[in-house]
Each structure stands twice: as structure tokens, then as C-alpha cells.
Write a new protein. Sequence first.
Length: 175
Amino acid sequence: MARNIEIKARIDDFSALYAKIALLADGIPDIIEQDDTFFVCPNGRLKLRTLAVDRGELIFYQRVDQAGPKTSFYSLSETQDPNGLRETLTLALGSAGRVIKQRTLFMVGQTRLHLDRVKGLGDFLEFEVVLEEDETEAQGIAIAEDLLERLQIQRQELVDQAYVDLLNQRQQHPL
């Protein structure tokens, strides 16, 4: 399976962070509308990411929930019928939640930096240091830690849960 090192942080000033990342980025960002449906999965997470009516990705991944850099192992398969696949998987496995977001994707070397506007949650920074087969987790963590410092992200801003978990908690315990 492919691997990356992930970090997620809650952010207060989307525009200010956008400007900082733009100075580091390899080019202009992509804006991506994402609709992620999560399914009941006992040994990891399974989500269907709808990108368009005729384009989606089924993604299985495993990672620990912890603040700071963490390794994620994942496998991805593309689909041309995300709505049909969502219906089938919901019937077969059950739905575990849904996350709708607008993602601004920057590339900085081998790292995908996401500025996410998550419906019902707010704004977040998430980045994934994509590891080459011969790279160690320690090398990826070093890259992630360097980016945290360069972007001036404080430890107390780090988030240890997936968006779907945060949304499900909010629904169970509204303010």
C-alpha cells in the first residue's frame, strides 16, 4: 500500500495561511469540491470521494488518531459511477458519515497541502507528505515538522481526528 505522513490543524485565518502557503508552493493551487461518504469498516476507513457526477475515488486507509505527524497507509480505486457505488456500499456496509468540503490544494515538493473549508466544521490545514518506497517514516515526519515550523502552526492547533469523526461528535453533542 502507498504511504504518507499526515498532519491536520484547525485554522483561524484562512487568507493569511493561504498567503504563507502560496509563497512556498510549486505553483498555483487547484480548487476541488469533494463529497466524501464514509462506510462502516472494521479494520480501517473506507470512503467514497465524489469529485463529479462521473468521477470518484474509493479510498481505503489505515492510520492512528493522534495529533501531529502520523503514518497513513492507503489504497485508491477510481470509479465513473460514484452515485451508484455509494448506494451499493451503503446498502452492503452501512454509512458512517459524510463530509462535504472545498479543498484548495497546493504542492510543496512531495507534500500535498490542503486548505479545507469543511461544511459544518470550519477551516483546516491538512497536509500529506507522500513517501517514496525507499523513504522512511522518520524522513517524512522531518519534512512535516519543518513545514509546521515554516507555516507557524502551533501544537495546540493540531487535530487528532478525521473530519467525519468531528462532524459525528458535533451531531451527538450540539453546542
